[in-house]
Design a protein around this ligand. Structure first.
Ligand code: BT5
Length: 262
């Protein structure tokens, strides 16, 4: 039975915050765009916006996110009681939640590329876009997972190959199961994040699922290109890269290309 429906998600979740309200749309420009408007008009925390298809799906820094039917495209509205500087941890927690959901439902060994891309054997299967309101009053966590998207519908960029779960698993993925697994994982991580020891625990789980650490990387932009070894993330989620001259650089934003094992 197809449970990737509003009721199929809303009625079976059993979460604390995430997914308390679910808004279902056939077509939207972008679930993040609508979720940000809803966040501004004070809809309850945990509201999830889902679309079967996005006509103007957004990636980071103005890039487009290809979102045909068959994927899981959703946004979660949160109001974290966290200092502004710690908001990036919400994105890292969401990436871990996506990886765990994919592993649980498909058994595929997904991993995270810093900060929050989800890869399978180097191909991008999911992406996360977090967008925050003034003073961090709210944050919208937008997640796109290429669940049952035909490979031919995905972007063909040799620098960053894309893949879908169905293609890699050899069978269609149950999107209801996948979305519920993700929302439950995010709900758990979100509860953890707000306790005192939470950020450290979230970072520990991020490190366990990361593909980036210990690798030779190139980090591009804004305004710089850096080559080095990704040694760790700091307590705010910034990537620490040791360059050839031994300097430890702290990266808060940029595109990482994985080169090889250090
Ligand atoms: C991301 O951006 O990875 C964040 C994507 C977030 C999408 C979700 S869907 C629900 C919610 N509503 C939205 O409007 N957005 C969020 P970035 O790292 O900038 O990656 C974008 C780049 O990935 C593009 O420039 C393409 O090269 C590539 N790309 C685009 N669509 C893709 C897809 N479906 N699968 C894999 N790669 C894709």
């Amino acid at each position: 039975m197809e449970t990737y429906t509003r009721d199929g998600i809303a009625e079976r979740l059993g979460t604390r915050v995430v997914g308390r309200h679910v808004r279902w749309h056939d077509t939207l420009a972008s679930t993040n765009e609508l979720a940000m408007q809803l966040a501004e008009i004070q809809v309850p925390e945990g509201t999830v916006v889902v679309a079967e298809e996005q006509t103007a799906g957004r990636g980071r820094r103005g890039r487009a996110w290809v979102s045909p039917r068959g994927g899981v495209w959703l946004s979660v509205i949160l109001r974290p009681r966290l200092p502004l500087a710690q908001l990036p941890l919400v994105g890292l927690a969401a990436a871990v939640a996506v990886v765990r959901a994919i592993r649980a439902i498909t058994r595929l060994a997904a991993r995270v590329k810093w900060p929050n891309d989800v890869l399978l054997d180097g191909a991008k299967v999911a992406g996360i876009l977090t967008e925050a309101g003034p003073e961090g009053a709210w944050i919208v966590v937008g997640v796109g997972i290429n669940a049952n998207v035909a490979p031919a519908e995905l972007p063909q960029d040799p620098r960053q190959p894309a893949a879908s779960l169905a293609d890699r698993a050899g069978a269609p993925v149950d999107r209801g199961e996948l979305a519920r697994a993700f929302l439950r994982e995010l709900d758990g991580a979100y509860a953890i994040l707000e306790d005192t020891a939470g950020p450290a625990r979230v970072l520990r789980s991020w490190r366990e699922t990361a593909d980036t650490l210990g690798r030779t990387v190139r980090v591009e932009g804004p305004g710089q290109v850096l080559d080095g070894v990704a040694v760790d993330v700091d307590d705010l989620g910034a990537l620490l890269v040791r360059t050839a001259d031994g300097v430890l650089e702290r990266v808060v934003a940029g595109e990482v290309t994985l080169r090889g094992l250090a």
